[in-house]
Design a protein. Structure first.
Length: 320
């Protein structure tokens, strides 16, 4: 039986708007038993999830621990906030000449973490050098892209036999006000990479749905992502703007809308209800095409978390 999310993607009149609620480990570290008590009150979202608070490490991935972590490319990830994701502070490519020496990792274990393509370029070089190479458009930027793409092709080949009805990808292409490299260079350099990778999946398993999370202001390239094979996009409300999302997506591109996490820590209960209601009323279609996504973290008071869950519970049954 198709899930609500699948029905929404295929415009098959889901019974309600699918809702996904994420909880960062840092929230568990801060709130502990109080957070467990809260989620116990919402089995419709959490399915009775129980967290062993005496073994909190069991829900924390390696890069979410304080300290340093080196990945297979040689990027150094640093973390000063337990339960939050690390950032890359050490880049193996420090000059254009280093691109030629960069070795493609040989593991073929299906490892495609968040930031597997565009962000990987920034992790390898650092933002400033990557932007300089995109601006200069020398052979080094294409070589770097080719190496990252080759690695990702190897990973897709490794997971193809085990891919099911839906596969999830994450790679943040936008900044707060647009694409750092602009839409034209994105289409020249990055779009062919996604088309290659997602095309491999669609060729092998045409019915598999491709879901892509990508933060930042990316409304300009959302139709391009669909052309690459993406079936549902997870965009941010604030970075893209509701008007843009309605214009570009409604009835054309299924989205799992990331509700306004920058509002949630400071909003009143009524403001939270207004926000969720505004989004649903603007984007809802009985056929589908809409999901609601929430990320909860430690900067959101528990009362506001409850308000968010109550608002999503109310509006997921909206019928227009």
């Amino acid at each position: 039986m198709a899930s609500l999310l699948e029905k929404a993607i295929r415009y098959q009149h889901p019974e309600s708007i699918p809702a996904s609620i994420g909880m960062l480990p840092a929230a568990w570290i801060k709130y502990g038993k109080d957070l467990q008590k809260l989620i116990d009150e919402y089995p419709q979202f959490f399915g009775g999830r129980q967290v062993d608070l005496n073994n909190i490490d069991s829900i924390i991935a390696p890069t979410y621990h304080v300290g340093e972590h080196v990945d297979e490319w040689g990027c150094v990830w640093s973390n000063v906030d337990e339960g939050m994701e690390s950032i890359v502070t050490g880049h193996p490519v420090n000059s254009e000449e280093d691109v030629y020496k960069l070795q493609i990792p040989q593991n073929k274990d299906g490892r495609l973490p968040h930031g597997f393509m565009y962000l990987r370029l920034l992790d390898l070089c650092g933002f400033e050098l990557a932007m300089m190479m995109f601006a200069e458009e020398g052979e080094e930027i294409q070589l770097l892209i080719d190496k990252v793409l080759e690695y990702n092709v190897n990973q897709i080949e490794a997971i193809l036999p085990n891919i099911g009805d839906m596969v999830f990808f994450g790679d943040d292409n936008g900044m707060q006000n647009g694409l750092a490299i602009g839409p034209e260079k994105w289409r020249k350099y990055i779009k062919p990479c996604y088309a290659k990778l997602y095309g491999m999946i669609k060729k092998a398993k045409p019915d598999t749905l491709i879901y892509m999370h990508t933060d930042g202001c990316i409304w300009e390239i959302m139709p391009d992502l669909v052309e690459c094979g993406v079936d549902m996009i997870n965009p941010q409300f604030r970075a893209n703007g509701l008007d843009n999302l309605v214009r570009v997506c409604k009835g054309k591109i299924p989205i799992n809308l990331d509700l306004d996490r920058q509002l949630f820590p400071f909003a009143t209960r009524s403001e939270i209800f207004d926000h969720v209601g505004q989004c649903v009323e603007a984007l809802y279609m009985p056929e589908g095409g809409l999901g609601l996504n929430v990320e909860l973290n430690y900067e959101i008071p528990l009362d506001n978390m409850a308000a968010i869950l109550d608002a999503v519970e109310k509006y997921r049954f909206y019928k227009g």
